[in-house]
Design a protein around this ligand. Structure first.
Ligand SMILES: Cc1cc2nc3c(=O)[nH]c(=O)nc-3n(C[C@H](O)[C@H](O)[C@H](O)COP(=O)(O)OP(=O)(O)OC[C@H]3O[C@@H](n4cnc5c(N)ncnc54)[C@H](O)[C@@H]3O)c2cc1C
Length: 490
């Protein structure tokens, strides 16, 4: 299980080092992690709960989390319009007129996202006088309101007395290529690089072998093709087939009819599916789900999004090996499905980092701790902000947890009905609490926000009608096939 440990660094260690210059600070909330989920949480809490103070701690130097170390050609796979914090737009909510994203809402680059979070911190959170950000600082543990931090640069220790709660914003943190250790061995003479290194190539290699089947590998193959690399010179070692969202169905604001149609298809599939693969196929039949190779049975579902033009480009790569790499040698790559030729002039790109890590659901509100998790399907910032809004509401923890069933994430399509069930139950529960429903309807993080003025849109009206017809059946079917208390934690 990922996330920070409750017992790491027992409190007696604090006492043992107190003789040295230990800094002491006090706060209402200690937020561990300074990534997107932490920023969305703190921003919403500052808005909803005046007077409360937060300390945000991250071992990285700045807010933004994994985006700070992402490969240079990374972009959001969803529109910027629904990413970041609730109080500030990311980008201009512009529909791109040119390029691969033409016709869709703009998607920020990694650099833009990092700049955005820095501005949120410097221009909004710090000036509020209620938020402190401690970068280059490791959270090492604690319990019962006393927690310990260590500066990664000076080694200085800080004891934090937390008046309200510790917020674990690391539970669903991403594992990314530039920071992970590959699970396979590499011989001297073989060239294996993370995608970050591709922009530093000095001359064209004899070819590229891309390892991994997730979003990063798709981005890397797409970028190589955009650079004019002949598809014949790319070998893609892709262990499994993914179910992907069709970007055309995830558009907000003026194109929100597309997203509402996705919702309607999702609810209809939830009402009738006899199992997870049947569910996925129903969504595929409605152009909501896509597969790169529809001839392969999809086993993985990580919520990644792709456009049809990107899909076409990826399909031009003919040398696709359904395999898992064991070892990269200078002349051969060994895999569980046999050997693949390599040569020292070829660049092997490691895209095997897990990305989103499996996160078995745990109660979001537990005594002195909040665990930031997905409450929505694939929208982490929206989920984190919702948790803050629910935290600020005058409720008991059992009431809060009833409003926030976590959406389990395993990466397996086999669990999609549990995900659908958690999403549906959460929407229904939160929709019944006027203050929370009101925030939700207005928040820019919600891709369905602002439906009111768009009630003339045929797709919106049609989708709402379909949802109304199918939602009862969806509740019954999902409850029967995927009750949340029976989620198979492995
Ligand atoms: C390439 C890529 C593209 C994505 N695109 C989208 C998208 O379009 N839309 C979307 O909604 N989601 C997307 N995601 C999902 C992504 O996981 C989230 O968007 C989000 O950025 C994750 O934020 P996080 O705060 O949970 O984790 P992270 O960004 O990983 O941040 C966690 C932070 O916690 C810190 N930390 C961990 N342990 C400690 C400790 N003990 N002490 C101090 N600090 C600690 C880490 O240093 C890190 O900075 C994407 C993910 C990837 C990898």
């Amino acid at each position: 299980m990922s996330g920070i440990g409750r017992l790491a660094g027992a409190p007696h260690m604090v006492g043992a080092t107190r003789g040295r210059d230990m800094r002491m600070i006090e706060t209402d909330y200690l937020i561990v992690g300074g990534g997107a989920s932490a920023m969305a949480y703190v921003d919403a809490l500052v808005e909803a709960a005046p007077d409360l103070e937060c300390v945000v701690v991250d071992r990285r130097h700045a807010p933004g989390g994994h985006w700070l170390d992402a490969y240079p050609f990374v972009r959001l796979h969803q529109p910027s319009a629904n990413y970041g914090v609730s109080s500030r737009m990311l980008g201009d909510d512009r529909i791109d007129a040119h390029g691969a994203n033409a016709g869709f809402y703009e998607r920020a680059t990694g650099v833009e996202i990092c700049d955005y979070f820095r501005r949120v911190l410097d221009e909004r959170l710090i000036p509020s006088g209620r938020v402190r950000f401690l970068g280059m600082t490791e959270y090492v543990g604690g319990e019962g309101g006393l927690h310990r931090l260590v500066s990664v640069t000076s080694g200085e220790e800080t004891e934090v007395r937390v008046r309200r709660r510790l917020v674990d914003a690391t539970y669903v943190e991403s594992s990314i290529p530039s920071r992970h250790r590959p699970s396979f061995g590499v011989d001297e003479g073989a060239v294996v690089v993370p995608p970050n290194e591709l922009v530093h190539l000095a001359s064209a290699p004899s070819g590229f072998t891309v390892l991994g089947g997730g979003k990063t590998a798709m981005d890397t193959c797409g970028w190589l093709l955009d650079q004019g690399v002949d598809p014949e010179r790319i070998c893609w070692v892709r262990p499994s087939e993914l179910w992907l969202f069709n970007r055309a169905k995830t558009q907000p604001l003026d194109l929100v009819g597309s997203y509402m149609q996705l919702q309607a298809s999702w609810v209809a599939a939830s009402a009738t599916a006899t199992g997870p693969i049947d569910f996925a196929r129903r969504l595929e039949a409605e152009d909501v789900f896509l597969r790169i190779d529809p001839g392969q049975e999809g086993s993985v579902f990580r919520g990644a999004t792709i456009s049809l033009s990107e899909l076409d480009a990826l399909r031009s790569i003919g040398d696709v090996r359904p395999a898992r790499v064991h070892h990269v040698g200078a002349s051969v790559i060994s895999t569980d499905a046999g050997d693949i030729p390599n040569d020292p002039g070829r660049v092997v790109v490691d895209c095997t980092a897990a990305g989103l890590r499996p996160s078995p659901p745990r109660p979001a509100f537990e005594g002195d701790r909040i665990t930031v998790q997905y409450l929505t399907l694939g929208y982490l910032c929206w989920s984190a902000a919702l948790l803050a809004i629910v935290e600020a509401a005058p409720l008991t923890d059992p009431e809060r947890n009833a409003l926030c069933p976590p959406v389990p994430f395993s990466g397996r399509i086999g669990d999609v009905l549990y995900q659908a069930n958690a999403v549906l139950q959460g929407i229904a529960a939160r929709g019944a609490v006027p203050e929370i429903a009101g925030w939700n309807d207005a928040s820019r993080l919600n891709p369905a926000a602002g439906l009111g003025p768009r009630m003339q849109d045929h797709d919106v009206v049609d989708a709402l009608g379909r949802i109304g017809k199918d939602v009862g059946g969806a509740f019954r079917n999902l409850q029967q096939r995927a009750p949340l208390d029976r989620f198979p934690v492995t």
